[in-house]
Design a protein around this ligand. Structure first.
Ligand code: SF4
Length: 455
């Protein structure tokens, strides 16, 4: 999972600091490493490093550069990919000029492409998906760079939102199914592309629209133009997990406010899984909080901000090891005893992946004095791994795979446990059912024919 951001200034204004700020707003999408790339004297230059953005890149050094076009990346990399040479964007100076690529998603035919490219002489420097796109382009040096990029994207299967710096031009593309979000913004004469609209807000840009699934948007001094990667139509597979957990609530994805979608998940959860015995509703910060507002509103059970989150600890879900993840839960959340003392509570969380967090949270709330702890989850059970770029790990590690709902309820120590149904999840997101991916909940992956349609 990654956050990507690009900027192009028609008036030649330096944009590196804006890219840095855009990445700041996207830090929740990746905390392992960060990078920014731009053109300097016709060649790719970059600032990159490991860790959170402010550790990875020295902001001050960006103010001395005059680049009017740049792209940036924050990345979550499951171990062992977490290494300096895998920090993105990846750049190269090939026969047709300077190119740098940032990619969010998962290229499902990467192995196949890598073997093919290595047989043709390519030497890979990293294990990133983005490098395959670079090599595919380099092998089409008889084509114009933009045509080579389109040709490369036609060969790629799986999920991608990519931002490419191509000889000083900004290019953004989204896979034909629209798995990964990508939006375009504008401020005066300057254009921006970003994983989420919250990153446009930070630079004062107005959200223009989403990059459409299967679209390539080219931004240069002539303005913005739109091209298609494929001529065929594809069904939509917009990631429903973005609305459940991944995206920030102040983002708008494919025209739907993440805040509104989460609140509606809470309202529908209250109808579907009521808890009349509860005296208070509390949400698990951060992504369960908004669903809790909806649950309290629809159920009439008083909302309390009963669990406090330490803002300086990252999301447990995206910590790389189990040991760190376990510690993360403990130091991240703290229930307020005065809220829970001798109260029956219904707790709203966004999802249960491995179950470790839920178990610790229920136990902490009991220790805070709650007489009953009922857990309501604002999404269906996660039963399948994601094949499209969200790290939900192997199927056997998923709590809902290892246990039935009553077994899981017992394991985590709750008095009751219920989940939002798939129908209500789709209704809350508000996009047509055939435009949404719910595969990690339902196992309804794209089938081989769908994937081949993109080849
Ligand atoms: S499988 Fe789940 S996490 Fe992956 S793209 Fe589909 S909805 Fe999103």
């Amino acid at each position: 999972m990654s956050g990507i951001f690009g900027a192009y200034s028609k008036t030649g204004k330096p944009v590196l600091e804006e890219v840095y700020l855009g990445l700041y707003a996207l830090q929740h999408r990746g905390q392992e490493c960060a990078g920014i790339a731009w053109s300097e004297d016709g060649r790719i230059a970059a600032a990159k490093g490991m860790g959170l953005l402010h550790n990875a890149i020295e902001q001050q050094c960006l103010t001395q550069k005059n680049a009017p076009c740049a792209i940036g990346h924050v990345r979550y990399t499951p171990l062992p990919g977490s290494q300096q040479h895998n920090v993105l964007p990846i750049g190269a100076n090939y026969a047709r000029g300077a190119v740098a690529v940032s990619h969010d998603g998962l290229i499902t035919n990467l192995k196949e492409l890598t073997v093919q490219l290595e047989n043709q002489g390519a030497i890979f420097q990293s294990s990133t998906d983005s490098e395959a796109i670079l090599h595919l382009m380099a092998h089409k040096s008889h084509m114009q760079p933009l045509d080579a990029l389109i040709d490369s994207l036609r060969k790629v299967k799986g999920s991608y939102a990519v931002i490419v710096l191509l000889n000083g031009v900004l290019v953004a593309a989204r896979d034909p199914w629209g798995f990964k979000p990508l939006v375009i913004g504008k401020k005066d004469e300057d254009h921006y592309v970003a994983s989420e609209s919250c990153a446009l807000d930070i630079v004062g840009a107005k959200l223009l629209r989403d990059v459409e699934p299967g679209e390539i948007v080219v931004i240069d001094d002539r303005g913005m133009r739109s091209l298609k990667i494929h001529h065929e139509c594809f069904r939509g597979m917009r990631c429903s997990f973005e609305y459940v957990y991944t995206a920030r609530p102040d983002s708008i994805i494919d025209g739907r406010s993440v805040y509104e979608a989460r609140k509606e998940m809470g309202r529908l959860l209250a109808e579907q899984a009521p808890c009349p015995e509860a005296e208070i509703t509390a949400g698990m910060p951060d992504s369960g909080t908004i669903a809790a507002v909806g649950y309290a509103e629809r159920s009439g059970i008083q909302l309390e901000m009963g669990v406090v989150r330490n803002r300086y600890v990252g999301r447990t879900f995206i910590q790389p090891t189990q040991k760190v993840r376990d510690l993360g839960v403990k130091i991240k959340l703290n229930p307020i005893s005065e809220v829970f003392d001798n109260k029956k509570a219904v707790i709203i969380d966004d999802s249960i992946v491995r179950g470790t967090t839920a178990e610790r949270v229920v136990s902490m709330i009991r220790d805070s004095g709650a007489s009953e702890v009922h857990l309501r989850i604002a999404s269906p059970p996660v039963l399948h791994p994601c094949r499209y770029g969200i790290d939900t790990r192997k199927e056997e590690t998923l709590a809902a795979v290892r246990m039935t709902v009553p077994e899981l309820c017992k394991k985590i120590g709750a008095d009751s446990l219920e989940y939002l149904s798939e129908e209500n999840l789709i209704a809350a997101i508000g996009l047509p059912e055939d435009q949404i991916c719910t595969a990690c909940f339902t196992g309804k992956y794209l089938d081989e024919n769908d994937l081949k349609a993109g080849a």
